[in-house]
Design a protein around this ligand. Structure first.
Ligand code: FE2
Length: 245
């Protein structure tokens, strides 16, 4: 589906469809709450303090707001908790680990420093009736941080990703169905329900999934990608329209 473009008054809007994706296999994540996806879920989620879920559409719209200030409007968007994440992810990517280990290290960071709902403005948290929305909160060559907003029932297309990804759920339930590409069709290989406070990370290949906010409340989540999604326009490498058998 198409992602809605977000334009909150002051904020950056880039939105695109960047669903989060976990794959069966290499994944650091929560094991506590019923994530049934196969694979290595290295760590448990912290206490579920927040509530909501999100996914990442990222693309249309204005370029990312890289410093928390909207230079176009002259306003400053305060995003509690974002600075510590930017600094922490910068340190991790500077280590030059492979993609999987980077995603896992970022998962450890995000688990300890998952922001609250106020990392997004009230306007951004409204979401869109047209689909989930991804707000690019920070973007540079090596990584991007997006806040994704889903209304109940909103979902992504089946897709994979341009880079490693780590995401944490702030509110809602980010329910994933994982697939394997068989060439002319897809097969389902796992499911995972990601709840508030949970963090998961993965790296391609094998990261094909569809994500849906299955809760009755607004979904908000934070996604970190190992690429500049503001420049690329999206964190999605490919959207799949193959039949599922
Ligand atoms: Fe995804």
């Amino acid at each position: 589906m198409e992602a809605a473009t977000a334009n909150a008054a002051t904020a950056n809007a880039a939105t695109a469809n960047t669903p989060t994706g976990n794959r069966a296999g290499n994944r650091a994540g929560n094991s506590a709450t019923g994530n049934s996806a196969t694979g290595n879920r290295a760590t448990a989620n912290r206490a579920a303090a927040n509530t909501a879920t999100g996914d990442t559409a990222a693309a249309n719209g204005t370029p990312a707001n890289r410093a928390g200030a909207d230079t176009a409007t002259g306003t400053t968007v305060v995003r509690p908790g974002l600075d510590v994440l930017v600094a922490g992810v910068s340190r991790i990517v500077a280590r030059g680990l492979d993609a999987r280990r980077t995603a896992f290290a970022v998962a450890d960071l995000l688990r300890d420093h998952l922001p609250g709902l106020d990392v997004l403005t009230p306007g951004e948290r409204e979401g869109s009736p047209d689909g989930y929305v991804s707000h690019i909160l920070h973007a540079e060559d090596a990584f991007s941080i997006c806040g994704v907003v889903w209304r109940p029932g909103q979902e992504t297309a089946i897709h994979d990703h341009v880079s490693w990804c780590t995401f944490g759920i702030i509110s809602g339930i980010e329910y994933e169905i994982l697939y394997r590409d068989m060439g002319d069709h897809l097969v389902e290989i796992g499911r995972a329900a990601n709840h508030p406070g949970e963090v998961s990370g993965f790296a391609p290949p094998g990261d094909i999934h569809r994500v849906r906010n299955t809760s009755s409340e607004l979904g908000v989540s934070l996604h970190v990608y190992g690429a500049d999604v503001a420049r690329l326009g999206s964190s999605i490498r490919r959207a799949y329209d193959l039949p599922v058998r």
